[in-house]
Design a protein around this ligand. Structure first.
Ligand SMILES: *[C@@H]1O[C@H](CO)[C@@H](O)[C@H](O)[C@H]1NC(C)=O
Ligand SMILES: *[C@@H]1O[C@H](CO)[C@@H](O)[C@H](O)[C@H]1NC(C)=O
Ligand SMILES: *[C@@H]1O[C@H](CO)[C@@H](O)[C@H](O)[C@H]1NC(C)=O
Ligand SMILES: *[C@@H]1O[C@H](CO)[C@@H](O)[C@H](O)[C@H]1NC(C)=O
Length: 350
């Protein structure tokens, strides 16, 4: 498909631009670390793809068996028994690699650390699986796996925090541009092409489409939400952070401890195209003005950077329809390879 060729070409181009992107290796040592990660990503991408595929298979088998893709809050669709029974018990074993000077042997895909953007709420994301609240949109069920690149094993009990825009492109808490930027026009050209300045947080009490849930024994966290909408300049995406250390608070939110990963997930553009024709997505005010940003036109190189330096990581959810027609919604599957010993700052640096 032409798109995929374009995407991988873009990913290649982004290697060249990496020095000017978010992670900037400068010293010889940093460059070597980057190289090792690239090599690891190259060799272990299939293992990650297999874990995702195994979960998709378990899902399909269940739908076939029951004839009903029902989603029940708190239910573990991928119990240990289901995975044990799967023919791919070896999915998490990464084969050792010997290849010249650059390769470390048993690491897996490292999803690149890409910007968290300006809409994270430092305090206040509730610990819950259903994050939709009263937002309307296409039912979307997310199945997010987390593996540690240092061990190649799924990581249980890490907190996967997600947040995304509603069906017409707004984040909870940020309904309006600041007054002096009310008439701002999207940037034209450059890396910020299509972007507006961030909307300020004026409604801190809002929590819709924000939530965090710990991974289960198989390293999987599952959420119920709506398919995200989009805003100017950005491809349709969902933000994520992974905390290896956190504390639940009495008000149902959490206190963040060690932050190991910051990233973004995407959807295939052919699915984005279909959803964009549905209510309430058609009501997005920018739809008829500037329109939807395609993945490969994403500003700040975020879509490209999310593929990793060698374009071997796939930040795009694999989607299954929940019913016979698209209006019944989707289940999306993805696996992140993270460096669990990483320790990142938990705030936006722009
Ligand atoms: C590869 O794995 C072996 C055994 O675990 C270890 O001794 C060796 O240091 C590793 N090599 C690299 C390059 O990571
Ligand atoms: C929850 O409690 C913490 C700690 O007291 C506080 O910082 C945070 O703002 C509270 N969040 C909400 C949504 O009330
Ligand atoms: C999305 O959020 C914005 C800001 O709160 C709101 O004005 C808009 O109505 C919401 N979209 C839908 C479809 O509810
Ligand atoms: C993971 O992060 C730690 C701490 O930053 C670093 O020492 C280690 O090399 C990283 N491992 C990989 C595979 O990138």
């Amino acid at each position: 498909m032409g798109f995929h060729r374009l995407a991988s070409l873009a990913a290649l181009v982004s290697i060249i631009h990496l020095a000017s992107a978010h992670s900037t290796p400068t010293t010889a040592e940093e460059i070597e670390t980057q190289r090792a990660l690239q090599a690891a990503a190259y060799y272990c991408a299939p293992a990650v793809a297999e874990l995702t595929a195994a979960r998709k298979r378990a899902w399909s088998q269940r739908v076939l068996a029951t004839g009903q893709p029902s989603i029940l809050e708190g239910e573990d669709l991928f119990s240990q028994e289901t995975l044990d029974a799967s023919p791919n018990k070896q999915v998490m074993e990464c084969s050792p690699v010997e290849d010249g000077a650059h390769v470390s042997n048993n690491t897996c895909v490292l999803t690149p650390v890409v910007t968290e953007g300006p809409y994270y709420h430092l305090a206040g994301h509730p610990i819950r699986q259903n994050i939709a609240e009263y937002q309307i949109g296409l039912l979307t069920y997310l199945d997010i796996g987390v593996i540690d690149v240092n061990t190649c094993k799924p990581i249980p009990n890490v907190l996967v925090d997600i947040w995304h825009a509603n069906s017409t492109g707004h984040y909870a808490g940020h309904p309006e541009p600041s007054i002096e930027l009310k008439d701002e026009k999207p940037q034209v050209g450059g890396k910020r092409n299509g972007l507006l300045s961030a909307f300020p947080r004026t409604k801190p009490q809002e929590t819709w489409l924000r939530g965090a849930w710990p991974t289960n024994g198989n390293g999987v966290a599952q959420f119920t939400t709506i398919f995200p909408g989009y805003y100017t300049g950005r491809a349709t995406h969902i933000h994520t952070k992974v905390f290896t250390d956190w504390k639940p608070l009495e008000n149902g939110t959490f206190q963040a401890g060690n932050l190991a990963h910051v990233g973004q997930f995407f959807f295939d553009d052919d699915i984005n195209l279909q959803v964009d024709k549905m209510y309430p997505y058609v009501e997005n005010p920018i739809r008829d003005m500037v329109g939807r940003t395609r993945n490969w036109r994403d500003s700040l190189n975020i879509f490209e950077d999310s593929h990793g330096p060698e374009g071997k990581y796939n930040p795009v959810f694999k989607m299954e329809m929940l019913g016979g027609v698209i209006n019944q919604g989707f289940a999306g599957f993805i696996t992140m390879g993270i460096n669990a010993t990483n320790s990142l700052d938990n705030w936006w640096k722009g």
